[in-house]
Design a protein around this ligand. Structure first.
Ligand code: UT7
Length: 335
């Protein structure tokens, strides 16, 4: 039997959506023992967005998806798969993908949620790419959306200053081979990292109880300094690996769009590859760490700023809970 030819997948639309409400470092100074100088110096964050109470990840996820569809000039009925990367689904089940499907009226789509923490968007992008390359899906919406504020301990200065709420989305579809599209992805997981960054309660091991609530086990736990060391190494190495693998040099890269967890981690990855500041997209100052939302929304910001052009060589990378990490390299194909 003759082998089937694989199609080429590319991103053809991007969108983002953030809550209006800003929480500045000055606001946080009134809530915990911290200060603007420490937060800016150690993380690069000046402010973050916070969703209204009761607003779930589906809300901004759907808005980002609508913006991405408009950019890709497709209609909700054209979408046949929705993959939502999130650690803050509206509910344990059903999947947030189902809720977004209804909100945007994608009547021909199936879909599911994918939990890869801060690398969730990269993992979902690879899943979408595989479906498109195999010819099993024509148009895939990949959404990264979080309401991190719903799982933070607002009395813990180690974690509450780091995260923000927001969403980004892309449309992935087949593009002509000549436009190149997504070239490659490297994705990794290592469960030894589970102990350093997690939310202990609310799953099957530790269901919700009076004790779990009293002990604040439904909030993010992070051994920051440990995660920092792994993240610097993981993100820098996996970015260098994918650039070298395809015989590109730093000069070939038009835009580096890293997960936005800490400006110092981004700078370490940037230095490893030898990139100039002008080649890097930074959104952490305004939005903090939006977990699965950070890369797709940073792509949308870069698009809005006119930094993405047909054929631009774009490198993405992420590191997060799990541990999970990865990188992706592509030629830009959005209209
Ligand atoms: O996105 C998923 C993956 N996550 C990451 O990549 C995050 C990785 N980790 C980090 O980005 C950094 O470790 C943090 C930003 C979380 C922390 O920065 P750090 O430079 O590693 O600080 P630290 O945790 O080592 O704390 C240094 C000091 C401590 O005081 P002592 O023990 O030296 O007296 C902390 O108690 O800073 C103190 N501190 C604070 N001070 C003011 C911790 N949080 C704060 C705060 N304000 N918010």
């Amino acid at each position: 039997m003759a082998a089937r030819t694989l199609l080429t997948a590319g991103i053809t639309g991007v969108g983002m959506s953030f809550p209006e409400k800003r929480l500045t470092n000055a606001d946080l100074e009134k809530m915990v023992d911290t200060n603007d100088e420490w937060i800016v110096e150690r993380t690069g964050i000046s402010e973050r967005r916070i969703a209204e109470k009761g607003v779930g990840s589906s809300f901004h996820g759907a808005k980002a998806a609508e913006a991405a569809m408009e950019h890709a000039r497709i209609k909700p009925d054209d979408v046949d798969l929705i993959i939502v990367a999130t650690v803050t689904p509206d509910m344990a089940f059903p999947a947030t993908a189902c809720l977004i499907q209804e909100m945007i009226g994608a009547s021909n789509a199936w879909g599911y949620d994918l939990e890869g923490a801060c690398s969730g968007f990269l993992f979902a992008l690879q899943a979408a790419r595989a479906q498109v390359m195999a010819g099993l899906a024509n148009r895939v919406l990949v959404v990264g959306s979080e309401v991190m504020s719903s799982i933070l301990d607002w009395t813990d200065r180690n974690t509450c200053i780091l995260f923000g709420d927001g969403a980004g989305a892309v449309v992935v579809e087949a593009v002509p081979e000549s436009r190149v599209g997504i070239i490659d992805a490297i994705n990794r997981i290592d469960g030894m990292g589970a102990k350093y960054l997690n939310m202990k309660a609310g799953g099957s091991v530790m269901p919700a109880s009076v004790e779990t609530v009293e002990q604040k086990l439904h909030t993010v736990y992070q051994a920051g300094r440990d995660v920092y060391k792994f993240a610097v190494k993981g993100m820098a190495n996996v970015t260098k690996e994918i650039v070298d693998k395809h015989n590109f040099t730093a000069r070939d890269v038009d835009l580096f769009v890293p997960h936005q967890a800490n400006i110092r981690i981004i700078e370490a990855a940037q230095r490893r590859v030898g990139l100039e500041d002008s080649q890097v997209v930074i959104t952490i100052d305004k939005f903090g760490n939006t977990t699965a939302g950070s890369i797709p929304s940073a792509l949308a910001v870069a698009h809005q700023d006119g930094r993405l052009k047909e054929g631009s060589l774009v490198v993405l990378c992420a590191f997060g809970a799990g541990f999970t990490w990865g990188s992706c390299i592509m030629r830009w194909t959005a209209p």
